[in-house]
Design a protein around this ligand. Sequence first.
Ligand code: SF4
Length: 421
Amino acid sequence: MWGHIMSDEKKPVRKKLKAASETSRFMADYYHELDAASKKGEPKIAWCTSVGPAEILRALGFLVYFPETHAAMLGATRMATELIPEANAMGYSPDICSYLTADIGAFLRGVTPLSKVYQGIETIPRPDVLVFNTNQCRDVQDWFSWFGKKFDAPVIGIYTHRNIGKITEAHVASITKQMQDLIEPLEKISGRRFSLDTLKRVIALSRECSELWRQVLETATARPSPLTFFDGTTLMGPAVVGRGTQRAVDVYKILLAELNERIKSKEGAIEDECFRLYWEGMPVWGRLRAHSELFSRLKANVLASTYCNSWIFSALDENDPFNSMAKAYTELFIVRSDDEKEIYIKKMIKLFAIDGVIYHDAKTCPNNTNCRYGMPQRLEQQTGVPSLIINADLNDLRLISDEQTKTNVEAFIEQLEESQT
Ligand code: SF4
């Protein structure tokens, strides 16, 4: 059977979802709207971390720009690697977040992938304020502070507890207070009065978007799965940058309908799905296509991930706006203790009927890397599900060995196959 798989070197078919064009159009309109606002000076623009308090910003009328999404584009377009040294020369170590170093490097060099993808856009949008939440890492604070100085714009933020076991009322109360304290300075910058009713409406939309995104990802519980993790990394754009808008909700309704159709007709995202894998950690943005083809050629579908799940905010509740936002942005996987993370991954292994787990050890993001303190071994022991560690990076392609990845993945699938026979 292994010989059968290995001899099958024909180019794998990448089945494109029709709804992918909806998400692409969403992203194009999103960036054009930001660009127009940046040129005109209104509406005001807030930069926000990917799991920052976007709902508060929208409720105050800001257009919201997410530098991490831009940094991921730098990775996916393979521009990042040659830009990172620009930031290194400014004193930002090659060992820290390669989103940060690539994004600062791009600015210093005066380039952006936006101008390649979207006609008429020449630069990133100019911020009126930058708002971070350290729930994911400290790097975002440094990153935003650098741009705050460059653009002479205020930088404000929320400091979240890390390594949290059970979430207590004290955790939630402290974040709620910090979120409420953002309102006054943001009112001054936006020139608008804060309206609780508007915030409730935005939270309701954000929750709906999150719910639909969860349903989209959970279609991968079907066998064969109609979705891959690699599809998910681009389809998730509206959940990241558009949560709190009606349009994001509309896009995910279309996507969900198409995935449900695929399930009905038993159409898998890859041909002949034999192995079901889980991806733990960041994507390797510059190798999405290569990895997707590598796995599908081996009849392995990487179909679920912690990463794509990170934009599911089930705690959001418009009837308890601040506390529910505080809870939603604190109960994230990345903020939690190893014990909680292990409970979560075990749940995912069961939910998606996973045969193997791939851990990405991302050299420049220890925050999204969970294989350095024995977790894979502990989980293997408890679940019997084998795992493989891939040494790579999210953006810096100098830290990647394609040959080694290929050899290790092939050996891992062979091991899975042997255990199944
Ligand atoms: S979580 Fe990792 S990749 Fe994301 S901003 Fe922080 S250090 Fe960078």
